[in-house]
Design a protein around this ligand. Sequence first.
Ligand code: ZN
Length: 276
Amino acid sequence: MVLAVVNENGEILDRQSIPTETPDITMPKITAYFKEQQVDSVGVACFGPVDVKKNSPTYGHILVTPKLAWRGYDIIGYMDSELHVPLYLDTDVNGSAIGESKWGAAKDVDSCVYVTIGTGIGIGVIIDGKPLHGALHPEGGHILMIPKEGDTYKGKCPTHGTCFEGMAAGPAIEERWGKPGRELAEMDEVWELESYYIAQALMSYILILSPKKIILGGGVMKQTQLFPLIRKKVVEMLNGYLNIPEIEDIDNYIVAPGLIDDQGILGCAAMVLDNE
Ligand code: ZN
């Protein structure tokens, strides 16, 4: 978990990382840090699924996460009881989308999709300048994939098998090829296949959400050779269906994060600044 203090200009004044253990161990460290730093408000970008609906009886509770110790944990309730300052909550990926939208790669547009592709896959969505929640929050990492012809891999997602995360997250790459992605950088076939699944997901996001910018982050996207492969495949898959300037300027449409590894922290700051 990354803890940071940010001022109203988006300057990061201090930061610390602590391991995610159990709530009993981790949460007192978090609240102690913010007490010591005497912050005025806290934005929280939390792994999901998490209840982000303000009027819900379980607002601020972590839901059915695979991190068992955190399942059902009332993270906002605990922080509120310790800190007594205004708290703002969103998903970790919405946090990144908010940060990129305020200060990063999507600062000039009012809608974007932020996709993180790492140990899992998640999407954060900004529409008309606001994070999209709906009934809970988007879980676009779990949309089903059409396997590439000849691909017999069963998928790594315990819930859906061959969903996007099951086919394309870091653990799927490692299981499929026998090594983590960072050790496969030179193997073109790895990234050819990976870009096929990422492009397929992006096509769905483009058709359904109509974002003005798509930002791809997370550990897998450190393999920057993926970007041109993904852009080419998205154009091919859309097959001329969307005749819009964004697709014609695909190099500036599907992009890397603008805030390097600070988008989550700055997203938390933006949650506070945009709501006070
Ligand atoms: Zn899944």
